[in-house]
Design a protein around this ligand. Structure first.
Ligand code: ZN
Length: 75
């Protein structure tokens, strides 16, 4: 079969999207999402995790998540 660059390109695009989807699934669906930063913060405080967990806004699901890694933007 002849090499079809268009088909190849489409297939690599599909693979990239699939990897990104898995990434989003891992970062969003496996974590709790909060509608506001305050909600996320108070949830962390309720669990005695304030100062341990940091809030960050997620551009994928447009909600807030908690992370143990301090986001560089809040430095
Ligand atoms: Zn998310």
């Amino acid at each position: 079969m002849a090499f079809d660059p268009m088909k190849w390109w489409l297939r690599s695009r599909a693979n990239i999207d699939e990897v990104q989807d898995r990434d989003i699934e891992r970062s969003c669906r496996s974590k709790d999402a909060y509608r506001s930063e305050g909600e996320a913060r108070s949830h962390a405080a309720m669990n005695g995790m304030s100062g341990v967990l940091f809030t960050y806004h997620c551009s994928y699901c447009d909600q807030w998540h908690l992370t143990r890694r301090k986001p560089p933007s809040t430095a």
